[in-house]
Ligand binder design. Structure first.
Ligand SMILES: [Zn+2]
Length: 378
């Protein structure tokens, strides 16, 4: 159902469009993170359209625990539930199970763990993850995988990756079954596989070769930005992305800073997601082309300029740094909300600038200029 079309390339950087049943995504793209079907910071889906959001990401584990994926299905699926008619990507739940849940036990069939909300015992395997994501009815479902720690030893990582490959085959079979059922929310749900292998590039390359044979709708590079250095991350992308199919979108999970995104686009990545812009915004840290500002800083007390001159976001069009600083200090929710809106707008428009630069064949020049400016201003 999906159609991925490369419009332009420059080196390994790709400018493409990805057609889905919920509309077309222009890539490279930053997915705005709405963990529990809400963007943290009191941002509604009606706001998202105003700040240039193309695609939203929600977390399977969180929605499974609360309100429950069966509830969401009964209400017509995630799109209807949160009033969002553009694409949604759901993660597999795996990452949260491995990072949030306590007392987990990994077996061939899946993972046994306790809910971080009420301690209730839960089992999740490839089939359960696909069933939950099918109930949510997202546009793109992610395969259930294990994300081994970046410091895990080689033998463990090797065994874990082999299991992730077997789990991927089970995900594909289960999704085909679910998509064929009569009462499926989104019978055109897409499946992205995930490359793992921690910092061992040979394990990752071998894994990439295996999963590219499975003809999935897209491929993610997972398990990065979890403690390794930026240089290690770029090195892995240099090594692994060439082994993923060129004719499919590539998603770098959980990344990252504006500089990480500029570097990863240059290495062939199409999709990104990260909690930084919303998390930083909630703490009064806002992005500009010249680096991040901390609006709690006393020097903004009488600063009546917008967060960034020329920015067309709802915060910068109407409010000053001094006013937003006051709201943050007074713990008014509006302060947090304006910072998050600005930061998401900043990320969405960074991606638009990236796409324009690739379209016009000047990405190298653009990247250097942005990296220099961001680094010097910070
Ligand atoms: Zn702004």
């Amino acid at each position: 159902m999906a159609e991925y079309k490369i419009l332009k390339t420059e080196g390994r950087a790709k400018r493409a469009e990805f057609k889905t049943v919920h509309g077309t995504v222009q890539t490279p793209v930053f997915m705005n993170v709405g963990t529990v079907a809400a963007i943290k910071g009191a941002v509604a889906t009606t706001d998202l359209k105003e700040i240039g959001t193309q695609i939203e990401l929600s977390n399977t584990y969180h929605l499974h625990v609360r309100p429950g994926d069966e509830v969401v299905k009964k209400l017509g699926g995630l799109h209807r539930f949160m009033n969002w008619d553009r694409p949604i990507l759901t993660d597999s739940g795996g990452f949260q199970v491995f990072s949030l849940a306590s007392l987990r036990k990994i077996k061939e069939e899946g993972v046994y763990f306790q809910s971080h909300i009420d301690g209730r015992k839960i089992f999740m395997g490839p089939e359960e993850s696909m069933q939950i994501q099918s109930n949510l009815g997202s546009t793109i479902a992610m395969a259930f995988d294990e994300c081994p720690s970046s410091v895990a030893d080689r033998t463990y990582v090797q065994r874990s990756v082999e299991r992730t490959t077997r789990w991927l085959a089970r995900c594909k079979t289960e999704m085909a079954r679910l998509n064929s059922l009569e009462d499926t929310v989104n019978p055109h749900q897409l499946l992205f596989g995930i490359n793992q292998g921690a910092i061992y590039s040979d394990i990752r390359i071998e894994h990439a070769k295996q999963i590219r044979e499975m003809d999935l709708d897209g491929y993610a590079v997972g398990g990065l930005a979890v403690g390794e250095t930026h240089e290690e991350m770029y090195h892995i992308l240099d090594e692994v992305v060439p082994y993923l199919p060129q004719e499919k979108p590539v998603y770098l999970m959980g990344v990252g800073t504006p500089l990480n995104i500029l570097e990863a686009v240059d290495r062939g990545v199409d999709f990104f997601d990260c909690v930084y812009p919303s998390r930083n915004g909630r703490h009064g840290h806002v992005y500009t082309k010249d680096g991040k500002l901390n609006l709690f800083n006393a020097k903004y007390e009488l600063d009546d300029r917008p967060i960034e001159e020329g920015c067309q976001c709802p915060a910068c069009r109407h409010y000053s740094r001094a006013y937003i600083r006051h709201l943050l200090k007074a713990k008014e929710m509006l302060g947090m909300r304006l910072c998050v809106l600005h930061n998401l707008y900043f990320y969405n428009h960074l991606m638009e600038d990236i796409r324009d630069a690739i379209d016009e064949g000047r990405y190298q020049e653009f990247k250097k200029e942005r990296v220099d400016r961001y680094t010097q201003g910070a």
